[in-house]
Design a protein around this ligand. Structure first.
Ligand code: GAP
Length: 513
């Protein structure tokens, strides 16, 4: 089996080679943790955003969207708690001079313990064959139970220490676990210190009158400050939601793992405004709804799991992550947070304006509670891209590289290929493109032998190749080749659009939710 690092390296190089993701300002040697989306990447990203938007806004008559500005009045961030509490606990290694997030060092240590559990499971599955019951094994095998208790204990202690701002205990935990600097192997650590993640900038022409601003570290606050505007102008009744997609910025210190942790990234967030006291019920409902959205893409149930938070953010009374199995292990993809009335109450206090809802059923006004779903678009991109990249052994002994992006999200839906560059075949191919391009992204490719063109489209993630040959001139039929199965069908030219539509239309995929 290929090593995790090798798989991940292949993902990064494939993303560049096939026009998905480039390092930002690469000609100047790049900017750390900042990336540009290329010609195919921008289409995949747009399709993921649209898949989310349709599921959240279009298909829910009580959820509407907004697009708030990135710049917000600086008091927003005082009220939201980000000025005082949006910090990462950092620790430096005195020998390598490398800086780390203390919680990430501990989580990586726990991931190693969890990897031992996976190893035990794999060993037992091999030993017991078809009769292997994974659930029972996880619940009864003593070695696995010991590992799990150890992992849970470490996370619990870290969560408590961070919540109580007990940074000395976080350092003590790192020392007790014998965690060494991944670079130098040294265990010579500084104390743990807090570091604010917001990027500051200035608004105004002169130095004296300029106002200090922040680039928003989350899109959510643009929704909170507009809560009453939307509720009144949209005549929304609780429960209702406001959704938004847009850029957010964080001065991440441990910025690695490609587009997993970036300094400039995009979020897709939804705040669901509810009656106080109903938050537990909505928390469970949205956890389930969001998991269904992920599963509808068919990327494998085993690749997702929930992780309930021990350490809660300053605004939450319950929180869980949907974790995805990235090439470097299970990591957070989406957060579901029960945010109470924290944000709206804080904005009431700092702005002096009422942010309350008059509930006609209860005949009284209150500050609504909020249930939030928040997913990183770039992380979702990485989940889709890394899960789709496969090296397949073929029956004839060769291998192919194929990017099995769910057809609904694929940047280009079909490539149209004239078998030869002559005999009128390119003209027929171009005529087909002129018809299809009103509905999908399609491309024309006439270079190289058709087998090589198939391989090129497989690697780029195009779900269909339509080949025009001499028979087309006689009976108006073409071959349509399916990327995932490599099966070819002979169909009428007039059927091509319908065949592709069936597999790429969002309706067919979203109906699974
Ligand atoms: N409004 C709540 C909020 O921002 P979060 O857990 O800090 O919560 C939500 O972020 C999601 O945003 C994460 O689950 C992740 O997918 C994405 N995200 C956060 N920081 C990121 C970063 N530096 N780079 C890429 N995505 C990030």
């Amino acid at each position: 089996m290929a090593k995790q690092e090798d798989v991940f390296k292949k993902v990064i190089s494939h993303a560049k080679e096939y026009g998905y993701v480039f390092q930002s300002s690469e000609i100047y040697d790049g900017l750390s943790a900042v990336y540009d989306y290329a010609q195919n990447g921008v289409e995949l990203k747009k399709n993921i955003r649209e898949y989310w938007w349709q599921a959240m806004v279009q298909l829910n008559d009580n959820i509407v969207g907004i697009d708030a500005a990135i710049f917000m009045h600086p008091t927003t961030w005082k009220a939201s708690g980000h000025v005082d509490a949006f910090n990462d606990p950092l620790i430096d290694n005195k020998d390598s001079k490398k800086r780390y997030r203390a919680d990430v060092l501990i989580e990586d240590h726990v991931a190693k313990i969890e990897a031992k559990i996976d190893k035990e499971v794999a060993k037992a599955a091999k030993r017991f064959g078809d009769s292997f019951d994974k659930k029972q094994f996880l619940e009864t095998n003593q070695r696995v139970l010991d590992y799990q208790t150890k992992a849970d204990g470490i996370l619990k202690r870290m969560g408590k220490s961070l919540e109580n701002e007990d940074l000395a205990d976080v350092k003590a935990l790192i020392e007790e676990l014998g965690i060494a600097c991944p670079l130098s192997g040294s265990k010579n650590w500084t104390d743990v210190k807090q570091f604010n993640l917001m990027f500051g900038t200035k608004l105004g022409a002169s130095a004296d009158s300029a106002m200090d601003l922040y680039l928003r570290p989350e899109t959510a606050q643009g929704i909170f400050v507009n809560f009453l505007n939307v509720q009144k102008t949209g005549r929304m009744k609780i429960p209702f939601g406001i959704a938004q997609t847009g850029k957010a910025f964080r001065n991440e210190i441990v910025a690695r793992q490609f587009i997993f942790r970036m300094r400039e990234f995009e979020q897709m967030e939804m705040q669901y405004f509810i009656k106080p006291g109903t938050q537990q019920e909505w928390y469970e409902k949205w956890k389930e709804k969001r998991m269904k959205w992920h599963l509808s893409l068919g990327m494998g149930e085993d690749n997702y799991r929930f992780h309930d938070h021990e350490k809660l953010a300053h605004y939450a009374d319950a929180a869980a992550d949907i974790e995805f199995k990235f090439p470097f292990g299970f990591k957070e993809l989406e957060g579901i947070h029960s945010r109470t009335d924290f944000d709206l109450s804080q904005h009431e206090e700092y702005s002096g304006k009422k942010l309350q809802y008059f509930d006609p059923e209860e005949n009284k006004s209150y500050v609504p509670y909020v249930l939030e779903t928040s997913i990183g678009l770039d992380r979702m991109f990485l989940a889709v891209f890394s899960n789709s990249l496969k090296e397949e052994e073929l029956e004839n002994g060769t291998t192919r590289t194929v990017l099995k992006i769910p057809a609904v999200l694929a940047p280009t839906k079909a490539a149209v290929l004239p078998l030869l560059k002559r005999d009128g075949l390119p003209e027929v191919a171009n005529k087909l493109i002129d018809e299809l391009k009103w509905d999908f992204n399609v491309i024309y490719d006439e270079k190289d032998a058709v087998g090589r063109r198939y391989r090129r489209q497989d690697a780029a993630g195009t779900p269909f190749c339509v080949t025009v040959d001499h028979q087309t001139l006689e009976d108006d039929t073409v071959t349509i080749r399916h990327r995932d199965t490599m099966e070819q069908q002979r169909v009428k030219l007039s059927q091509v659009k319908e065949i592709i539509s069936k597999e790429v239309d969002m309706r067919y995929w979203l109906q699974k939710i």
